[in-house]
Write a protein that binds this ligand. Structure first.
Ligand code: MN
Length: 274
């Protein structure tokens, strides 16, 4: 029998920006004991949050989504949870699926989802395999989430606050956009989610921005993907061994840049630097 511990919370893991790299994803899940050789959930009551950008730039985006949807069902049966937050590439994929080459109203020069999706590594092999079930599941994911004092989000920017003052408001508002036929609002959401590096900044600007986001949405540390560790910190992808704490400890970057040749980082929270 396991002795009662002060912290009765179940293990919490995050992973981000899988970008179609299904093999790397299953390898780290197996290594952590969250799945077995048949890719069945063995994580029991553990929680796994995927912080967006399942598709594009890699070979098997829809394969990654299907696996996560499968694991979500299995984890639910054992008291665990596997779930995902929206990334900008989810908006791009859903937008291309829904609007194709339709021009966004009010954009000069003209913009359309499909062209931007292709430009950002969109793969026809993913578009062809999208099902109504996948579209519905992706369209109803949250954008931000607080777990055990960690503020989980995809984009390293405060643009979420343009959608509301609390996590619930933001998630409801963004879900509303994705349920709407307002192409301009969809496009704006995509653009907002492509902001980045707001927690660096000159002087204490990054720290102040991070504090404002945490004050509004809750949690003690932002955990994000989107801006890869190689890009953010100018390090060689092959040298990355773990996530990066920065912004005076207020932010944790977990995207190892798998599509740039970096590692797929499965991060157990709370993360303490060696
Ligand atoms: Mn992204």
């Amino acid at each position: 029998m396991v002795p009662p511990s002060e912290d009765s919370r179940t293990p919490l893991y995050v992973v981000s920006d899988l970008h179609g790299h299904r093999e790397q994803f299953t390898a780290v899940l197996r290594e952590a004991g969250l799945i077995d050789d048949d890719e069945r959930w063995t994580g029991g009551g553990a929680r796994l949050w995927c912080l967006g950008d399942f598709t594009d730039r890699g070979p098997d985006g829809v394969g990654v989504i299907e696996l996560v949807m499968d694991l979500a069902k299995q984890a639910e049966e054992t008291g665990g949870r596997v779930d995902a937050l929206l990334g900008n590439h989810e908006i791009l994929l859903l937008g291309a699926h829904r609007y194709g080459e339709e021009e966004v109203p009010g954009e000069d020069p003209p913009k359309q989802f499909t062209a931007w999706w292709v430009l950002n590594g969109g793969r026809d092999t993913d578009a062809e395999r999208l099902t109504d079930e996948i579209v519905e599941w992706l369209s109803t994911r949250d954008a931000v989430r607080v777990e055990d004092g960690h503020l989980l989000m995809h984009t390293d920017a405060p643009t979420y606050l343009n959608y509301g003052g609390t996590a619930d408001e933001i998630n409801a508002k963004i879900r509303g956009v994705l349920a709407s036929d307002d192409l301009a609002a969809w496009w704006d959401l995509f653009r907002q989610m492509t902001a980045r590096r707001a927690f660096h900044g000159e002087g204490d600007q990054g720290v102040r921005t991070a504090r404002a986001v945490l004050d509004a949405l809750g949690g003690e540390r932002i955990v994000h993907g989107h801006s890869t560790i190689p890009d953010q910190f100018g390090v060689d992808p092959s040298t990355i061994e773990g996530p990066r704490v920065y912004c005076e400890g207020l932010a944790l970057a977990v995207d190892g840049g798998v599509y740039q040749g970096g590692p797929c980082l499965l991060v157990k929270l709370p993360y303490t630097e060696e």
